[in-house]
Design a protein around this ligand. Sequence first.
Ligand SMILES: [Zn+2]
Length: 216
Amino acid sequence: MNIIILGAPGSGKGTQAAMISRKHELAHISTGDLLREAVAEGTELGKQVESILRSGKLVSDEVVLQLIREATSKSTKGNRRGWILDGYPRTVAQAESLETVLEEIGQKVDSVIVLDVNPDVIVERLSNRRTCESCKAVYNLLNNPPRYEGKCDICGHALIQREDDKANTIRKRLDVYNDRTRPIIHFYDGRYRIHRIDGTQPIDEVSAAIARLVSE
Ligand SMILES: [Zn+2]
């Protein structure tokens, strides 16, 4: 079973992808993790990635696609029964290249899951996030506040609001998602079955809804 999960930043898709991958024994493929792993493994491609990242540049679509190709090819080995792609594709061009790669390696997409969350809810969710500078623990003032205001429960260090979690930055990231990533839904429409899920529900309800769809 191969699944693509799409959703705006803050929609909870990373959390859901991790939960689905555990429940259904799928490889959780996220581009951020792939890049970090490639660097850690020191493969030829990993060395390229490291020097690109070190120079502050963005890793090209071509390199990311190569990593995706390797990860999806490997995902049917061992006890994995497929994959869930999280954070890729981000553009229609990437979705098109992914089609070509999957065809080449004899795989196909079974489901596309779209997590729909109202932008105001995302801004509210993310802008209430606070991170411990020291141990990186994450809190949310709305539903998971620290015991003492502004202090980490675990190590007592000061909590900060990351640049990525500031309202202005979030709105910019949402604009990028709307302009570049959302059109993928139309690209997949008619090609695959698209499951739209209300991502504003509590985490467990979202994952139960996804589990029902996946086992249909
Ligand atoms: Zn801490």
